[in-house]
Design a protein around this ligand. Structure first.
Ligand code: 4AD
Ligand code: MG
Length: 430
């Protein structure tokens, strides 16, 4: 009998098919077992009727426990009351393995318990929906960049020097040298942009952040486009196009998953270019009007970002932050050298920063000065300085954090559910 996937079931109405999956849930009465079966592509209810199957088959169905693996055969019939529109009139049940005492029951569990059982928790409808949206988000981002002239260039994970400040470096040994796990592929992508023009990397980044917040992971995934001859304006335009394309793709392709998550999609439907923009200085004024006093030069915390973003229904660019609070490589605004040509993109609904980007310094002498001001060792950056010695051009790029983007699109409380196996301040397992 034909093995089919639940996602394709509509094409098999009236036929007898085989499904290979797991028991998600079961209800029984004297004469009937209702098996809720999942196979990775969807859920379907199988009805086992005592009158229609052998006594052995009826008993096998009754012995199935939550998450037992099972192969069932049956006839596909349309049923408007069924969640997917179809159910299976079961003719045969073959248990593959009986799961005893599956630890995650339909009752409520605490987050720590669920996180300890992350390897099993992934099977729940909600986690299944998030994982699928994650795959779609990544595919949408890569698809957009691939079809807009950007070449994928992989950056190294083991690096000799810092990109995003020395306080969050994750140190490891590299034979008899010290090495750091990559915080960002940016510096390498700047080199690649001078070869290929428009490039991006997509990979994991590591930051030994001592912060235990709902936005921070120790290991997260980041997509980093970098483009030669792109200036600040070009950079912002690419960001709003990429983010809008990603959100619209998820809306188109993952409606069902968004509904499993009970996401209010009307909020996402508004995400289209152009995005509103305010400068850091304007943001300070807005915060002041709301009773938050900040000194010029202070960075914004999560509550500040939440407040600013809540005033708009689209993602908000905050641009031109004080240069001295930002990374060493950011190009100063020629009209006002104490601010950098940089931006943070703040997602609405309290999700905060999802992108950090900037135009990069292309002048050798200025970049050398900045390295000194940041107490960064010149030797480690000699290769990076070469990019300013040989055919230097203005260029820009940004990093978009995948998990924060997914948390926002899915409407999740915490980034820990957006990545299959989160690495957090107090969690390295499973
Ligand atoms: O703003 P960040 O630190 O920028 C950079 O790393 C630049 N070098 C990127 C570039 O220009 N190529 O980080 C970029 C984004 C943040 O906006 C956030 O979405 C995400 O990376 N991010 C984190 N996500 C989860 N957990 C963390 N600890 C994160 N740190 C940054
Ligand atoms: Mg940032």
């Amino acid at each position: 009998m034909d093995w089919v996937y639940i996602s394709d079931i509509a094409a098999h109405e009236g036929q007898t098919v085989t499904l290979k999956g797991w028991l998600y849930n079961k209800r029984s009465s004297g004469k009937l077992h209702f098996l809720l079966i999942r196979d990775g592509t969807g859920l379907i209810q199988g009805v086992v009727s005592r009158g229609d199957v052998s006594p052995e088959t009826f008993e096998a169905a009754g012995a199935l426990t939550q998450e037992s693996s099972v192969i069932v055969a049956g006839t596909v019939r349309a049923d408007s009351r069924a969640p997917g529109g179809y159910e299976l009139a079961v003719t045969d049940v073959k248990p593959v393995q009986i799961a005893r005492d599956y630890p995650i029951s339909p009752k409520e569990h605490g987050v720590d318990f669920l996180m300890d059982h992350r390897h099993l928790w992934l099977r729940s409808s909600r986690q299944h929906a998030i994982l699928r949206i994650r795959a779609t988000v990544i595919g949408a981002i890569r698809g957009y960049l691939d079809s807009h002239g950007f070449t994928l260039v992989d950056s190294p994970i083991l690096t000799p020097s810092a990109c995003e400040g020395t306080t969050t470096l994750f140190e490891t040994t590299y034979f008899d040298q010290k090495a750091y796990l990559s915080q960002s592929g940016q510096l390498y992508l700047e080199a690649a942009a001078m070869s290929l023009g428009r490039v991006y990397c997509f990979g994991p980044a590591f930051r030994a952040e001592k912060s235990k917040t709902r936005r921070h992971l120790i290991e997260f995934w980041i997509v980093e486009p970098e483009a030669a001859y792109f200036e600040h304006e070009d950079n912002l335009r690419l960001q709003e196009e990429l983010v809008s394309h990603t959100v619209q793709t998820v809306l188109r392709e993952r409606r069902h998953e968004l509904s499993v998550l009970e996401r209010d999609v009307t909020k996402l439907e508004k995400v289209e270019p152009p995005f509103p923009r305010i400068t850091y200085d304007e943001a300070l004024d807005v915060l002041r009007e709301h009773g938050i006093e900040k000194t010029w030069g202070d960075d914004f915390g999560a509550p500040d970002e939440t407040l600013l973003a809540s005033l708009y229904d689209k993602p908000l660019f905050v641009e031109k932050y004080p240069a001295r609070t930002k990374a060493f490589y950011m190009q100063p605004d020629p009209a006002r050298p104490d601010v950098a040509l940089c931006d943070d993109l703040l997602a609405p609904e309290g999700y905060g920063e999802i992108i950090g980007g900037s135009q990069r310094i292309h002048d050798l002498a200025l970049l050398e000065r900045r390295l000194d001001e940041h107490n960064l060792p010149r030797e480690a950056y000699e290769w990076y300085l070469d990019l300013r010695r040989y055919g230097s051009v203005p260029h820009s790029g940004f990093g978009l954090g995948i998990e924060r983007t997914i948390a926002w699109i899915c409407g999740l409380e915490h980034v820990r559910e957006t990545i299959p196996f989160p690495r957090m301040l107090y969690r390295l397992t499973p």
